[in-house]
Design a protein around this ligand. Structure first.
Ligand code: 26W
Length: 836
């Protein structure tokens, strides 16, 4: 439909004749006209989006019910994926893709003079996560539904998700993300399945008539957990799984008792306190802040989820838990929900009177733990004192788990008291703390890392004593991402081109993308491949212009680093390289110079000074370069504000060069690296996390490798002398010279001194100076290759072709084969439709 008819239609009230069209059109009309009470599409497209979402939701609900009914009639094992974060992004297009409704939706929207793209843009991202860990959970849910596995996601329904980032004079400003403000059409509340979660109080001991001792947690302040279910559609397979998000509310009697006592304001205050629990997502990525509210969130999620599942069990099987491990697995997404280990013990011991050994056997054969980070500052430790006050009964249970565990340690290493101290769940010191990772390991039958190197570093380093004790518990599950969102949806032009070349089976069996490999040298494919990239780059040019005012040029090399801002991810190294390119331009060293646009994006934790300063440096450097007419033909730099899932959907299809430059040994896996690779970017990267597996899959000829190797690190750190390295490197000296001259901070002399000092510090953990020269060399190789477009395109195709193993479908199959062992449902279409 052309623009003119669009406008003409927009003014016309929607006529009842719409009802005569297909079912979907009728439903859309009904929701728009009756559910929402609208009769005109106004400029914002908001109501049309809501009506469309409700229309699609109807279809999801029908399939979800059919999926549930099928599962309820055939007893089966199920997985609960517990995560404090689910970074879902937008849901509309994903549902349309997975349900194969695009033609009908497009048709239905013509009656409103609208296009899907505009309507979809009205959806707020569900930003219930910080970064990698939360987005991984979202990709996993898509894969579980696509593989028809009975997996339910359990998380928190934060009122405020990840903050919105804007920039003021190059500084990050955080704004609250009230994403529920206009309602969330995808969720369905199930208040009848609410659970009570206990806090505070104390433990009383009594003996029953048989003389058996019982412990009861009394005088607690209870909070209600109300579930909201979000449907998760599989890819064109009629399966719809669920994500259950808990919202905290005050219990009724709480209000009443206070109210009756004449203390209305106090009652309201307590209500607020209860509702605070799920008010806001903590915006910390990789450093824990020890806030009490965070522990409350963790316990709230764990307790509500376990009670929910146990209540269903008891309803179906009574209080016999004998077979419970045959039917349930709890996968813990990092240590954040690891209090679940102690909570399941509490429920079995206190609520159902199981003896310790039986309860422990059940707990330790149903819990499985995934570790996502090696950074010591990210390892959660909660003060014993806090536990004692907030969760007194849980602390008792943790002490008992520890006492029994330390017996095992003593048996294994007789007389080695140091070993007992090292492995204890309780860290000694002036402020004793509970080590949550150790609790998770001791209580789980499986412990996994998220990339080969990461798992190796866990078993040889961080968790080596536990590995010595229980080697069979440890396993690797290299991360993956869903090719539905990260290729089919976000890059439809490339997806179509791939379909033309090798058919479309890759969408649900991504190993098939390997068939592209045979065509890497096909000249007519090259042309089309380049055209797709150019179109995608133009879309990013528009986004960057709109959001930052900076003009990118789609014919230049697009060099992109988007991820959380953290010292270990080394955005600083990248900006030093940008300064190096700028120096070359200023000095006229332009031989073989490949013009490039460098894009940065990412949020810094609000309290992370160095990360925030790095954002300022990037913006100051970008300003200097973008305002220098000499640089314009060669170099443009932008920092895209508010990087999120939706932004990545435009960024990764348009990227030529993917920056994965963390200090070796620090990035557990990375998943952005996989999204870029699928979309045909080449990677410049260190041998860190999943980069290693990426470089092996595509071959080192098709990957720009640089930097220190993991096995060299100890030695490098021992004698590290960055000042000497700088002095011996003409390029780095020149870069540091410009930076230290104040060129980028003329009105604020010492502004960037902390960053400069960190580079020059002998104890710089991130080894920025060490890797600089080899980084520049790898960048030169990339730049030179880009000038040979045919050679570049070959490698681009080879990258997509080799990305088959980085589908989260592969990852989830491995979780299922090695850890969960649940059955895919055999669901015939006819049955699904009948039930619907
Ligand atoms: C308690 C504060 C806190 C918050 C978040 C500590 C740690 C985290 C996460 C573990 C950080 C995170 O997202 N880790 C990332 O997980 C991804 C998925 O496995 C990996 O790809 C990334 O390498 C890893 O940094």
């Amino acid at each position: 439909m052309n623009k003119k008819t669009n406008l003409a239609k927009k003014k016309t009230p929607i006529s009842a004749s719409v009802i005569e069209n297909s079912d979907l059109s009728e439903d859309l009309y009904r929701h728009f006209y009756y559910t929402l009470g609208r009769d005109q599409v106004n400029k914002s497209q908001r109501y049309l989006y809501q009506a469309l979402a409700l229309t699609i939701r109807d279809r999801l609900v029908a399939k979800c019910r059919a999926t549930n009914q099928h599962r309820e009639t055939t007893p089966h094992k199920q997985v609960a994926y517990l995560s404090l974060e689910f970074l879902m992004g937008r849901a509309l297009n994903n549902a349309i893709l997975n349900l194969d409704l695009a033609p009908q939706v497009t048709q239905a929207l013509t009656h409103y003079g609208s296009e899907l793209e505009q309507v979809a843009a009205a959806e707020h991202d569900a930003g219930l996560g910080n970064g990698g860990l939360g987005r991984l959970a979202a990709c996993f849910l898509d894969s579980c539904a696509t593989l028809k596995l009975p997996v339910v996601g359990y998380g928190l329904r934060y009122e405020y998700g990840m903050f919105n980032q804007s920039l003021e004079q190059g500084r990050q400003i955080e704004q609250p993300d009230h994403w529920l403000h206009e309602g969330h059409p995808w969720e369905i509340a199930a208040p009848e399945q609410s659970q009570r979660v206990k806090f505070f109080g104390h433990v009383e001991v009594y003996k029953d008539k048989n003389g058996r001792e019982h412990r009861v947690w009394v005088n607690t302040q209870d909070v209600l957990a109300v579930p909201y279910d979000v449907p998760i559609p599989g890819y064109r397979n009629d399966v719809v799984n669920r994500l259950r998000l808990w919202k905290s509310e005050a219990t009724e009697e709480f209000d009443l008792s206070e109210f009756n006592a004449g203390s209305y304001p106090e009652a309201v205050a307590k209500k607020n306190q209860a509702e605070q629990i799920t008010m806001v997502l903590y915006p910390n990525d990789a450093s824990e802040n020890g806030k009490e509210l965070r522990l409350r969130q963790q316990y709230f999620l764990s307790s509500a989820t376990l009670q929910d599942i146990i209540a269903k069990w008891v309803k179906q099987y009574g209080e016999d838990f004998h077979n419970f491990p045959k039917f349930h697995v709890f996968q813990l997404n990092d240590t954040h929900p690891s209090i679940a280990v102690a909570e399941l013990m509490r429920i079995l011991l206190d609520d159902y009177q199981l003896d310790w050994d039986k309860a422990w056997q059940i707990t330790s054969s149903t819990m499985a733990y995934t570790n996502h980070t090696l950074l010591p500052e990210a390892l959660e430790k909660w003060p014993v004192r806090l536990f004692e006050r907030l969760l007194p009964r849980l602390l008792e249970i943790i002490y008992e788990i520890n006492a029994r565990f330390l017996q095992q340690v003593a048996t294994c290493w007789p007389g080695d008291t140091q070993k007992q101290r090292d492995m204890s769940l309780i860290e000694e010191g002036p402020e004793p703390k509970v080590r949550m990772a150790y609790l998770a390991i001791v209580g789980s039958y499986s412990v996994n890392g998220v990339a080969a190197l990461h798992t190796e570093l866990l078993t040889n380093g961080l968790f080596k004593d536990f590995y010595a004790l229980w080697p069979e518990r440890f396993n690797n599950k290299t991360n993956g991402v869903t090719p539905r969102r990260w290729l089919s949806h976000c890059n439809p032009k490339l997806a179509n081109l791939i379909n033309q070349q090798i058919g479309d089976e890759w969408v649900s069996d991504f190993s098939k993308v390997n068939a592209l490999r045979a065509k890497f040298d096909n000249k007519s494919l090259h042309k089309q491949w380049q055209q797709v990239k150019l179109d995608n780059k133009q879309a990013l040019v528009d986004l960057v212009k709109r959001e930052t005012g900076v003009e990118f040029d789609a014919t230049m090399l697009f060099d992109v680093q988007v991820k959380r801002i953290h010292e270990y991810k080394r955005q600083l190294l990248n900006i030093l390289h940008v300064i190096h390119l700028y120096e070359r331009i200023r000095e006229g060293e332009l031989e073989g110079f490949t013009p490039r646009c460098v894009l940065f994006g990412g949020k810094a934790a609000p309290g992370y000074f160095m990360a925030k300063l790095t954002i300022r440096l990037i913006n100051h450097v970008a300003d200097a370069i973008n305002n220098d007419p000499v640089a314009k033909p060669y170099l443009r730099v932008a920092f895209l504000p508010n990087y999120n899932v939706t932004a990545m959907e435009t960024i990764c299809p348009a990227t030529d060069l993917s920056e994965q430059i963390s200090t070796t040994g620090k990035e557990a896996s990375g998943t952005g690296n996989m999204k870029f690779m699928m979309n045909g970017a080449l990677t410049i990267g260190t041998l860190d996390g999943a980069n290693i597996e990426i470089s092996e899959a595509v071959g080192l000829d098709n990957f720009f490798l640089f930097g220190a190797k993991a096995e060299q690190l100890t030695q490098i750190r021992e004698h590290y002398n960055p000042n000497e390295i700088i002095a011996n490197s003409p390029n780095l000296s020149r870069v540091m010279g410009l930076l230290e001259s104040g060129h980028f901070n003329l009105f604020d002399p010492d502004l960037f001194q902390p960053l400069i000092n960190s580079i020059r510090d002998n104890h710089d953990q991130w080894l920025t100076a060490y890797d600089f020269d080899s980084y520049v060399k790898a960048q030169e190789d990339a730049a030179a290759l880009y000038q040979d477009q045919s050679a570049w395109t070959q490698k681009s195709i080879l990258n997509t072709a080799a990305s088959g193993m980085f589908s989260s479908d592969r990852t989830i199959s491995q979780y299922n084969n090695d850890i969960w062992q649940v059955q895919a449902i055999e669901f015939n279409k006819a049955q699904g439709e009948r039930n619907a």
